[in-house]
Design a protein around this ligand. Structure first.
Ligand SMILES: NC(=O)c1ccc[n+]([C@@H]2O[C@H](COP(=O)([O-])OP(=O)(O)OC[C@H]3O[C@@H](n4cnc5c(N)ncnc54)[C@H](OP(=O)(O)O)[C@@H]3O)[C@@H](O)[C@H]2O)c1
Length: 265
């Protein structure tokens, strides 16, 4: 893909992986629409990019507010005359035992990570289909491939995204629309701090797993050529995580035995 002058709409652009995506697309001379809830953080990202109104638009939105998303999508479509690339990246994670977790917390994880993403994609796809071109990028997770402790609602939402976008990919081949699912292992961002605990409050700290992980800029630079090539699935994983992915296919029972003793925070 050549992203020069293409319009790229990124959710979760105020921090971490979304911010790193914004930098990478901006370097390729794409026009950006940056979305998340915190407008001031989106403005910071825009300023740090050195962007202006001709190449970057701030569109605050809340993925957990389904009624608002269709009109946000219409606004996004009208800014630069269409969307060429939609980066569905905004999301929240979880740190709580399922048996103790409020259903409202599980619903919130599904709302932000799955339903909000589905809603924006549904609103953007018809215009891409009409133009017979486009790319949908989704930040899923290794948690979209196998479950671990304390991530029940998060893993459910990411598994749901995986199923949804596998189907959308099949439907969109004939319209020349690529679906790229990115599955990172731990990346050093604010994801753990912002994770929901059982009652929906934030976890508030970063565990060792993420503290020692690579940062988001490094992650994006490692996968950038694959993103540009429109690769269907991209993994950012350690040798141990790649082994886990393989075991999930070959011997899920063995993987479960290994995972039950592994450190997940
Ligand atoms: N970091 C990792 O280890 C890791 C691994 C696998 C997958 N991922 C996935 O990567 C994506 C980005 O996460 P990150 O690691 O970059 O974490 P992050 O630094 O916490 O960023 C999360 C982003 O999502 C936005 N967001 C959260 N709730 C939202 C809502 N209700 N509406 C709109 N935007 C919302 C946040 O912005 P506001 O607060 O401004 O709304 C922020 O920009 C997520 O989908 C996450 O599941 C991360």
């Amino acid at each position: 893909m050549n992203y020069k002058n293409k319009t790229v709409w990124i959710t979760g652009a105020s921090s971490g992986i979304g911010e790193a995506f914004a930098k990478a697309f901006f370097k390729e001379d794409a026009k950006l629409i940056l979305s998340s809830r915190r407008e001031e953080e989106l403005q910071r990202v825009k300023q740090e990019l050195g962007a202006d109104h001709s190449n970057c638009y701030i569109l605050p939105l809340d993925l957990s507010n389904p009624e608002s998303l269709a009109s946000k999508a219409s606004e996004a479509l009208s800014i630069f005359g269409g969307i060429d690339v939609l980066v569905n990246n905004g999301g929240i994670s979880q740190r709580s035992l399922f048996a103790e977790t409020d259903m409202d917390t599980i619903r919130r994880l599904m709302e932000v990570n799955f339903f909000g993403t589905a809603e924006l994609t549904r609103a953007v796809l018809p215009s891409m289909m009409e133009r017979r071109s486009g790319q949908i990028i989704v930040t899923s997770s290794l948690a979209g491939k196998f479950g671990t402790k304390f991530r029940s609602g998060y893993a459910a939402s990411k598994h749901a995204l995986q199923g949804l976008f596998d189907c959308i990919r099949q439907e969109m081949y004939e319209y020349n629309i690529a679906v790229t699912i990115v599955c990172p292992g731990p990346i050093k961002t604010n994801i753990t701090k912002n994770s929901l605990t059982a009652d929906g409050s934030s976890f508030g700290k970063m565990g060792a797993l993420h503290q020692n992980a690579m940062n988001a800029d490094e992650m994006i630079s490692r996968i950038w050529s694959k993103v540009k090539a429109g690769k269907e699935e991209i993994y950012i994983s350690s040798p141990k995580e790649r082994f886990a992915l393989l075991l999930k296919r070959l011997s899920p029972a063995l993987l479960n035995k290994i995972l039950k003793n592994s450190k997940v925070t």
